[in-house]
Design a protein around this ligand. Structure first.
Ligand code: NAD
Length: 281
């Protein structure tokens, strides 16, 4: 099946980036959110990012102009036109399961339903649909227009053809798809989130300041961004949700979220998106 139209469900940090890259790569794109405010922010962020990529000559003016054709909507009605849906709503298992139940009803039976979840089991998400062989994980990285990896997550039921189609789409998007199997946190967040959590424990135990901890990892380990700055970029609520899922599904004390992370999320200090996390923006 050739993918021509992509429906992106959720227009936050990730959904807007996915919609932008899909549009500039030549797909027809619809981007949906339940919030008008989120759609306005998505429009602004896509326009701003596209101008920057154009100035840096990463995009041609013809590619950049395609983002103006993205259709922003508040309902699922047009999902029936898509061959591929990419879900990127908040990292909440109940919300995602409900959305996949609805998507199963509102899309054609042959449509592939992909989730950008950071940690929720693709097998569990697929069980909410009558087409588990067409459900797969497409885990993009943040910021989507700049990051090359897409972790492609297969459940035991995902059909080979579904994987092949999604890998081809990733290639058209200019990304590097890496196939992994379904497990809590997959590969990326199984490794990344415990490291970020450990950095937060080090901060709360006063082993170093936030700047010192990040500098050790950037200067000493050659990471482009320190773990605390990266947590602010990802969103502290997203990091907390992932750790809770790792802790629940792997039944491990080692994934217990640091108290300081929980406190910051409760205080609404979610990182860059709220102007304050470990740093101020
Ligand atoms: N932030 C990251 O660095 C990152 C990286 C990779 C994957 N992810 C994953 O991507 C997904 C989205 O994360 P994000 O950072 O973009 O979050 P976000 O908070 O920026 O955006 C979530 C969006 O979902 C919308 N939403 C909530 N309920 C909805 C519904 N019922 N229907 C439609 N839209 C709804 C919200 O209005 C919001 O715009 C999560 O699963 C997250 O784990 C995030």
């Amino acid at each position: 099946m050739e993918v021509k139209q992509i429906f992106v469900h959720g227009a936050g940090a990730m959904g807007s980036g996915i919609a932008q890259v899909a549009a500039t790569s030549g797909y027809r794109v619809t981007c949906m959110d339940i919030s008008n405010k989120a759609l306005d922010l998505a429009r602004q962020s896509i326009a701003g990012s596209t101008v920057k990529l154009l100035e840096k000559e990463i995009l041609t003016s013809e590619q950049a102009a395609r983002v103006e054709k993205i259709n922003f909507v508040l309902t699922l009605e047009t999902a029936r036109e898509a061959q591929l849906v990419i879900e990127a709503v908040s990292e909440n298992p109940d919300l995602k399961l409900n959305i996949f139940r609805e998507l199963d009803l509102h899309t054609r039976p042959e449509t592939i339903l992909a989730s950008n979840t950071s940690s929720i089991s693709i097998t569990q998400i697929a069980s909410a649909t009558g087409r588990p062989e067409k459900v797969i994980g497409m885990h993009f990285m943040n910021p989507v227009p700049l990051m090359r990896l897409v972790e492609v997550i297969r459940s035991p039921q995902t059909a080979d053809q579904t994987t092949r189609t999604v890998v081809e789409v990733c290639q058209v998007l200019g990304k590097e798809p890496i196939e992994v199997n379904d497990a809590p946190g997959f590969v990326s967040n199984r490794i990344l989130c415990p490291m970020i959590n450990e950095a937060i424990y080090a901060l709360q135990e006063n082993v170093g300041t936030d700047e010192a901890i990040d500098a050790v990892m950037t200067l000493g380990m050659n990471h482009p961004l320190g773990p605390l700055a990266l947590a602010d970029l990802i969103g502290l609520d997203v990091v907390l949700s992932i750790l809770r899922i790792l802790q629940r599904d792997l039944d491990e004390h080692k994934y217990r979220p640091a108290d300081l992370l929980v406190e910051k999320v409760n205080a609404g200090q979610l990182g860059r998106k709220t102007g304050r996390g470990f740093y101020e923006y």
